[in-house]
Design a protein. Structure first.
Length: 283
């Protein structure tokens, strides 16, 4: 990765999924130190300000811990620096592209997450059938094992919507994403049913950007924004073969203003739900 002075980190594309052995080893180390200290997962989670589900996911090698998590656990379990040093050797979560890993780590503990998408329904909202349709179309082609690995990673990420009820999730999706019928009419019906269920969660908002829209603040492409537990903001913008992780406050301010404008340009949440229901009825 190469970071410029503006705080924009270019994350290169390509690469096959790496082994998760390092994640499992690190998780086992956390568990051993926690048990040696006589703490339950709930007690450790309370001490570091994370959920017990996050602690469990890290200990089981399922989730990449962010820097704040590692530092918090290290302080709570003796302040030896051993976990901080061990975390430097972590491999990425299997099934996640190398250029997406750092964002996924931040996403796992975010307290606010905004997503605008014009290409496909975001991974956090996809059904298995919709995701597999996307994986099957990917070039270079993926084999069956890679598709399984990619779906497992995506399903794990989706647990955030239900496991982090205090995190505010906002999605702005283009109407065209559903009119395309990716995977066929049956896949789209299931997808719409899924979204109509997800939008009932109190921490999830979904707005649809109309197909006909004379003024649109998001024509430069997809936007993802998140706020960390320390109230620091990051942004992520993805292209064909890689992504940009943005930490510069001025750049993030621009993207936040664009997202805010799009929220006013898209259908309201009740109107968006009504549109999803109508599209479902038309299939």
């Amino acid at each position: 990765m190469v970071a410029d002075s503006g705080g924009v980190v270019g994350i290169g594309g390509g690469g096959e999924p790496e082994s998760s052995d390092s994640l499992r080893t690190f998780g086992a180390m956390v568990q051993a130190l926690r048990e040696h200290a006589g703490l339950s997962r709930e007690e450790l989670a309370e001490a570091i300000g994370y959920s017990k589900h996050m602690v469990a996911s890290v200990e089981l090698g399922r989730r990449m811990p962010d820097a704040a998590f590692v530092e918090g656990v290290d302080r709570a379990l003796g302040n030896t620096g051993a976990l901080i040093r061990a975390a430097q050797h972590l491999g990425r979560q299997p099934g996640l592209a190398a250029w997406f890993r750092k964002w996924a780590g931040l996403e796992a503990t975010a307290i606010t997450l905004y997503t605008y998408e014009c290409r496909m329904v975001p991974g956090l909202l996809q059904t298995e059938a919709y995701a597999r349709a996307l994986f099957s179309d990917r070039l270079p082609l993926l084999d069956d094992a890679q598709i399984e690995e990619h779906w497992a990673a995506r399903a794990e990420r989706q647990r955030l919507l239900r496991e982090r009820p205090n995190t505010a999730f906002s999605f702005i999706l283009e109407e065209q994403l559903f009119l395309r019928h990716t995977g066929g009419a049956g896949v789209t019906r299931e997808l719409l049913d899924h979204l109509l269920e997800i939008v009932q969660l109190r921490n999830v908002e979904i707005q649809i950007m109309p197909l006909v829209q004379e003024s649109h603040a998001g024509l430069a492409g997809p936007i993802q924004l998140l706020e960390t537990p320390e109230n620091r903001w990051f942004a992520y913008c993805e292209g064909q073969r890689g992504g940009l992780l943005v930490s510069d406050a001025k750049e993030i301010s621009v993207l936040q203003s664009r997202y805010a404008r799009m929220r006013s340009q898209a259908f309201t949440i009740p109107d968006s739900v009504s549109l999803l229901q109508r599209m479902r009825g038309d299939l």
